[in-house]
Write a protein that binds this ligand. Sequence first.
Ligand code: MTE
Ligand code: MO
Length: 436
Amino acid sequence: MSGTHPSRRRFLKKGAAAAGLVAAPGALELTGGSSTAAAQAPVVDNNAIESVLYGRRSRFVTTTREIEGRSHSETARIRPNPQRPSARTPLAELTGAITPTSLHFTTQHYYGIPDINPAEHTLRVEGMVDRPLVFTMDELRRLPFVSRVHFLECVGNRPNPRGATVTATHGRMGCSEWTGVPLSVLLGEVGVRGGASWIIAEAADGGRHTKSVPLAKALDDVLVAYGQNGEPVRSDHGFPLRLLVPGFEGIYNVKWLKRIKVVDQPYLSFQEHSRFLTPDPKTQRDSYDFGPNSVITRPSGAQRLPAHGLYAISGLAWSGSGAVSRVEVSTDGGATYRGAELVGPALPKAHTRFCLPWRWNGEEAVLQSRCLDERGQLQPTEAEYAHYWGLTRGQLYGTIQSQLGHCNWIQPWKVGSDGEVTNGLAPTDVVVDVHA
Ligand SMILES: Nc1nc2c(c(=O)[nH]1)N[C@H]1C(S)=C(S)[C@@H](COP(=O)(O)O)O[C@H]1N2
Ligand SMILES: [Mo]
């Protein structure tokens, strides 16, 4: 059409040329073969404004979380919505003690991740108190706060003979620096009445995730957290507000927190009830702090030692009771142990990285670690754990994790003479694995 403006014609021409470049299959063939990863990788401009405004990792770093399979009960009443992306931390790929927020495991039990506007979000603190209060996010940020490094672990983590990788056996945990208001400060503002002994924390998600926490714990080290690793808590971790209950099972750490009620007894909330499929759900009520635990992340399952020589045996140790005081590593399946170096500070109820130099001579080896915490508790072997609780191996692996309690026994990794690393636990017929 003659009326078309020249600049518009130029624009269309340019656009067509650009589209041609993108679409032309011959363009890539000129480079001598289109099948290399570099040729196929999306072009990422490290100098693009978006990359500078919010940093990106190199395109050569591609580690992601691992999506959980369909591990929940199929019972509609308990798990009403299949659209709940949950994922594990890729432990073998990480260094240091802090889990990058983007790779920190996540669990959504009910209606998925809510989209909460912080300007409209409030936290109500009420119940057996002198002055019930409603805090806006701005009001919470005005208050004295702390930052603490703590691990967060789902009770679904369990050493598992069928777990091919450390992500499969232990990937339902992460460790962040959490920032927020100590719950004791909020409880001080509202004034807890005599006779109160528990709090109930309730979420804003459709499923109303609700947990009872002993008042003594609430006054001790529980946080109402709005910060994670220096940023606002991410949506999948509870934006804009979550409860952080250091050392307790993940399920206590109520995300999208909207209400705290001070009460005089624990509630059998829907969340609490749905976990316990035994006739008497109260039997597990008293399981709180995770025990001493550790796992080797490198070398670990599905990795391969390419040659004889010097290796760092490295992993994570943690305890729900306090700081890690010592980690020991065995290369002979537990016959002998040596003390590992603790890399970085051993903070209470936080992941602590350990490292031990080891020269592999090409012979079969069984690598395993054990943690001693500041309370003097030592991580048990599978046999010691089973003996202590009077369980058979079949029960250890055939029982839903949340009914067993805290599965903190030692996870061995076997190094073959070919360098292949596999699970060092003896095989079992049945493994029940529920992402609790
Ligand atoms: N509101 C709400 N809070 C929740 C859950 C949930 O489904 N809804 N899952 C709990 C469980 S079982 C775990 S293990 C942790 C996981 O926290 P994360 O997703 O930040 O890793 O959140 C807990 N808090
Ligand atoms: Mo969990």
